[in-house]
Design a binder for this molecule. Structure first.
Ligand SMILES: Cc1c(C=O)c(-c2nnc3c4c(C[n+]5cc6c(C)n(C)c(C)c6c(Cl)n5)n(C)c(C)c4cnn23)c(C)n1C
Length: 331
């Protein structure tokens, strides 16, 4: 099998996150989920989510599906890097993305979601596409959609073609040569503890010299920005007039009319350029002359994260062969 599905930015003004239509159950219930390579739980707003915590999201009602089965005694609870979280029970049911159907997918129904999920009415849940070792279901961990779908895919891969303020695509089971230029550069993936962890070959700021220093981090479609070591981040914002590391805004900000340099990162011998438009992430509040940077420091996080700001500058292949690798191509 092969399949394709849209990755649509949830906000027309700036790329906070991307959602993809999925179908769950019989008859199929359609929800818009955030495909997240930085986690491995597939959870949804559901008929079990308290009404006070639901604000416009689509919900999955297992009781309306003839193929749903409660996974008795199983629960899940997850906390994300931005402090948001959710928890609940587990069903298995038919689940499809882009026509790729998995009959007994573990679908985690939310009994509780944190406030940032309630306020984000464009996201009905997440599809974790990290490695199944990260799945939080207890007492038995469950497989991700990709792990379940892999045996029926023409090739054990999925690709991300995220775009700047435009609809992109996730493809499953094939590599669409029309979506990239030049060659795909593959690098090894360390699956411990369960992220798509790889090592970039270095970085450059604007037309400055390229620094060939290895940067180990995760490819995370579920994170909006790029989080790198402070030395790299300060080297970047040193080139931005009026940039400061704002305690109140929680990161590097600068006057929205400042000229930003592009940010270059290396994968093997290949170079990828994040254009200035992606690096000026968003006004700190609507209409403010102060903008929040798309590149922030990872010092408080513990890992480096190549989020959407970097991923949308490339065509990315998540290769699930043994051993897994990740491929990057320009587009
Ligand atoms: C260590 C880490 C992260 C690791 O991942 C991270 C982060 N960055 N985007 C997201 C996340 C998103 C994407 N996302 C980002 C958003 C931003 C920046 N804003 C203002 C809104 C309203 C957002 C929404 Cl609804 N959604 N989602 C849906 C989830 C569950 C996330 C969890 N963490 N997260 C941050 C901010 N930090 C510090």
């Amino acid at each position: 099998d092969t399949g394709s599905a849209a990755a649509t930015p949830i906000d027309p003004r700036f790329d906070i996150a991307y959602v993809t239509p999925v179908t769950i159950g019989t008859p199929p219930q359609t929800l818009q989920l955030d495909l997240d390579t930085g986690s491995s739980d597939l959870w949804v707003f559901s008929s079990h989510t308290p009404a006070s915590q639901v604000r416009g999201q689509q919900i999955y009602s297992p009781d309306k599906s003839t193929t749903s089965k409660l996974l008795d005694g199983h629960t899940w609870s997850i906390r994300y890097g931005d402090g948001s979280g959710s928890r609940g029970n587990v069903y298995t049911d038919n689940f499809a993305i882009g026509g790729i159907m998995v009959e007994t997918q573990a679908v985690e129904t939310a009994e509780e979601v944190s406030s940032s999920f309630t306020t984000e009415d464009n996201i009905d849940g997440l599809v974790g596409l990290g490695f199944s070792t990260l799945n939080t279901v207890s007492p038995e961990g469950q497989l991700t959609f990709f792990d379940n779908a892999k045996p029926k895919l023409d090739a054990p891969v999925f690709t991300a073609d995220l775009k700047y303020m435009k609809e992109g695509t996730y493809d499953f089971g094939f590599i669409d040569e029309s979506k990239y230029t030049g060659e795909i550069t593959y690098v090894p993936v360390d699956t411990d503890p369960g992220y798509w962890t790889f090592t970039s070959s270095g970085y450059g700021v604007g037309s400055g010299t390229f620094s060939s220093s290895p940067i180990t981090g995760i490819a995370d479609t579920g994170t909006s920005l790029v989080y790198l070591p402070t030395a790299i981040v300060t080297a970047y914002y040193r080139q931005v007039e009026g940039a400061t590391n704002s305690r109140s805004y929680g990161g590097y900000v600068f006057p929205c009319n400042s000229t930003l340099p592009p940010f270059v990162f290396g994968i093997g011998e290949a170079k990828f350029t994040i254009p200035p438009s992606y690096m000026s992430y968003a006004a700190v509040t609507d209409g403010s002359p102060t903008c929040f940077g798309g590149l922030q420091s990872s010092s408080g996080i513990g890992i480096n994260i190549w989020g959407d700001v970097a991923l949308k500058a490339a065509f990315v292949v998540f290769n699930g062969e043994e051993p897994p690798t990740i491929g990057w191509a320009n587009k």
